[in-house]
Design a protein around this ligand. Sequence first.
Ligand SMILES: Cc1cc2nc3c(=O)[nH]c(=O)nc-3n(C[C@H](O)[C@H](O)[C@H](O)COP(=O)(O)OP(=O)(O)OC[C@H]3O[C@@H](n4cnc5c(N)ncnc54)[C@H](O)[C@@H]3O)c2cc1C
Length: 348
Amino acid sequence: MIDYLIIGSGLAGISFSEIALQNNKSILFLDNNSQNSSKIAGGLYNPVILKRFSEVAQAKEHLLIMNQFFANLERKLDCKVDFKLPILRKFFSIEEQNNWFSASDKANLAPFLSTNLIFKKYSSIDSPFGYGEVLQTGYIDTSLLLSKYREYLMENKLFREEFFDYTLLQEEIDGIRYKDIRARHIIFAEGFGMHSNPYFNNLPLDGTKGELFIIKAPSLDLDVIMNTSVFILPLGNSIYKVGATYNWTDKTAIPTEEGKKELVDKIKEIINCDFEIIEHFAGVRPTVKDRRPLVGTHTSHNSIHILNGLGTRGVMLGPAMAKALFENIEYQKTLDKTIDIQRFNKKS
Ligand SMILES: Cc1cc2nc3c(=O)[nH]c(=O)nc-3n(C[C@H](O)[C@H](O)[C@H](O)COP(=O)(O)OP(=O)(O)OC[C@H]3O[C@@H](n4cnc5c(N)ncnc54)[C@H](O)[C@@H]3O)c2cc1C
């Protein structure tokens, strides 16, 4: 009998397993590599929604949990995955500079928006109005993190590469049974794959497709993350990750010509040098209609839980949401009603 059977080893699943392991619980993962959102993500964390100049909900608290989480993982996996880098927002007018200063005056945004405008000259980028710098930002190398974490799980026999067949799940008095596995709890963390889950597929997980590139641009000398209509993230050796698009109708993880054109056009709005597309990825973000995560326990099955809906911010949200779910299951700590799946229960 193990404590937790976890379905899905993306950012949600590994966030939960780490909290469980730190609390001396036993775990086992099943994953069939059917979703790739965490693997291909930009991996950026940014406490400010720059489009609207608003703070990401509970940003301070989530950053704190996230920083600790990835620092622990770096020690455990013995590799660097958290790269602290400023995010620069390019200004296109004096008005945009003024909007930045008004936003940085707000108490909740002040810790995150620097009031020193940046006028550094980057080759191949024109920016006469300079840049605003967002603080406490960076990116997680999610692809490296996931592959190192998978290695760790395999070495410790905590991972099985297989499809979870929902029809074989049985409830027992003290937990669940699935084939030869008995567990006190099952955590579903399937990302957009949740749509095949009969226990939770009534929840409004929309899914937003995103495409991104890895490019090579030898004439560009960026050492920070540039974020305007798309982000440009330096990976070293003239290689950059660029993304991402947002498509609300196509729900496949297949790169498209339309996505490619959109990204190329947006890159050309920012940089004026040649670049070569080295890779082109696509994935579906597990986004929810009300833009809040899906966390909690099934109404009629108290051993069956969900950790999903991390949307566009899996890096910042994953560890905090996993902690909230773990404490809810183990210590009956109440879930915030904005993340609890009970908010979608129809009231009669
Ligand atoms: C283009 C793009 C760019 C992004 N950029 C960022 C960014 O910069 N910063 C950020 O914070 N977030 C970003 N995101 C969002 C982030 O990737 C997601 O919030 C996060 O990855 C969701 O993690 P997850 O574990 O819920 O889902 P997933 O990563 O999709 O993981 C789900 C796992 O469940 C497995 N699975 C599903 N069904 C089954 C089944 N029946 N049996 C077995 N296994 C199953 C899948 O194989 C998969 O491994 C981006 C996403 C995309 C697509």
